[in-house]
Design a protein around this ligand. Structure first.
Ligand code: GLA
Length: 381
């Protein structure tokens, strides 16, 4: 690998689970790969195309191998991976550390090295590795260390995305397994309540540093209550809520995995998901965590501050309340007193406008379930 890091910044891509559930097949993956290029997602940074659960047959073959379901993938997985690679994308697949996957397909327990070799053979570049049907006798960290080692033994660059759901203090030990990402929350649903719950659970739990990232789950932005997954589909969110969702995942340094049908997504979804200023915050090379600043008089609102490279900052205002609110951030609270003689030059990442220089405080009006996000440089006032 010549000293190259597999995930210097959070990985970005698309995952089949949220919208397509068990309705996956070669045609879906091919047309989605096409759309990733046609809709400008690859050029925005979305590189991984991930086939989630339900791709295999219910039983291993006579030699103990995982077998792609011939009705869904009649020409096998290598053909699919080859197509994805020919587009300049990376191919991701799903597995599980238990005896069965969450949807009841064969898991990799006691087959780790055999399956890793198989994945490498097919050309897999990313393995999402779930946490269902685990034998009680083996601790979680052993099972994740095991598959990490199996993948490393193949000699192929395969991102190891541990899907551990944030249990058993995973944030304390996951880096030691060698994983590049780890699911740190429960499964997301296409509702504001779910977005809010996941975001709040991660404010003090960010593990963002080059090489390994906490994964807040697949994005629901653009689903609008659709899709075939009864576990995810929940009535949907407003455009404002999807925007706040994407800004939170960007600020908090989560991998950005799109979960809607990108082939038919509306232009407003495409514009949000490819916003270069938001993606730059998520992909900032320093990968620093955010800190939270409370907003006086507004228990449901908070500000997140994330130091970026080039001496800049991202500052996000989030209103989880039910009414539009003017949120005041005193710069004193982030280290910038009036006597410093400095202010912040602001760039609004959502409207893509320079806002000039501001000193002392900022008090934007933020809609219910809405947000504002600025990229800021420090300047002499
Ligand atoms: C778990 C994971 C989901 C998805 C399903 C598939 O619930 O957390 O992201 O992969 O399994 O069965």
């Amino acid at each position: 690998m010549n000293g190259r890091m597999l995930c210097p910044v959070p990985p970005m891509g698309w995952n089949s689970w949220n919208t397509f559930y068990n309705q996956i097949n070669e045609e879906l993956i091919r047309t989605t790969a096409d759309a990733m290029l046609e809709k400008g997602l690859l050029s925005a940074g979305y590189r991984y195309l991930i086939v989630d659960d339900c791709w295999a047959l219910k039983e291993r073959d006579a030699r103990g191998r995982l077998t792609p379901d011939p009705e869904k993938f009649p020409r096998g997985m290598k053909v699919v991976a080859d197509y994805v690679h020919a587009k300049g994308l990376k191919f991701g697949l799903y597995g599980c550390c238990g005896v069965r996957t969450c949807a009841g397909f064969p898991g990799s327990f006691e087959h780790e090295f055999q399956d890793a070799a198989q994945f490498a053979d097919w050309g897999v570049d990313y393995l999402k590795y779930d946490n269902c049907h685990r034998p009680g006798s083996v601790p979680s960290h052993i099972l994740y260390r095991r598959m990490a080692m199996a993948l490393r033994s193949t000699g192929r660059d395969i991102v190891f995305a541990a899907c551990q759901w944030g249990t058993e203090n995973v944030h304390e030990w996951i880096r030691s397994t060698g994983a590049q990402t780890f699911r740190s929350t429960v499964d997301i649903q296409d509702s504001w309540k779910s977005i809010e719950t996941i975001a709040l659970s991660q404010l003090d739990r960010q593990v963002s540093a080059p090489g390994c990232f906490h994964d807040m789950d697949i994005l629901v932005a653009g689903m609008y209550g659709g899709g075939m997954n009864p576990e995810t589909s929940m009535g949907g969110c407003t455009d404002e809520e999807y925007r706040t969702h994407f800004v939170l995942w960007a600020m908090l340094g989560s991998p950005l995995m799109i979960g809607c049908d990108i082939r038919t997504m509306p232009e407003k979804t495409r514009t949000l998901l490819t916003n270069p200023a938001l993606i730059a915050v998520n992909q900032d090379p320093e990968c620093r965590s955010c800190y939270k600043v409370a907003v006086y008089g507004h228990p449901d609102a908070f500000v997140l501050v994330k130091p970026l490279c080039n001496g800049e900052y991202a500052i996000g205002f989030f209103n989880f309340g039910e009414a539009s609110t003017s949120m005041t951030l005193n710069f004193w609270d982030i280290g910038l007193s009036v006597v410093s003689g400095h202010g912040l030059r602001l760039y609004d990442c959502l409207t893509n406008q320079d806002m000039g220089t501001v000193t002392e405080l900022l008090a934007p009006e933020v809609a219910a379930h809405g947000c504002k996000i600025y990229r800021c440089g420090i300047v002499k006032a």
